[in-house]
Design a protein. Structure first.
Length: 74
């Protein structure tokens, strides 16, 4: 299952890279991409693990860049 999010307030390319690396280490994540220029996060993961992964992703984002919000993409 693939989900897309907007990272509102993402202001640092290095932080985007750190987020991508940390999220990629989560159990159940198959592939992740954080694009600083478009402020988009795409994650592919096991469907049954997705709700708990989203919670973990939000924690990682807040830890690296506290003012950034993870918003589901339409």
């Amino acid at each position: 299952m693939k989900k897309r999010f907007i990272l509102e307030g993402l202001g640092c390319a290095n932080c985007a890279s750190k987020m991508e690396t940390a999220i990629n280490k989560l159990n159940g994540v198959k592939e992740v991409s954080v694009n600083f220029m478009t402020q988009k996060l795409t994650v592919e993961a096991d469907e049954d693990r997705m709700p708990s992964l989203i919670t973990e992703i939000e924690k990682i984002v807040k830890k690296i860049e506290p003012d950034t919000r993870v918003v589901p993409s339409k």
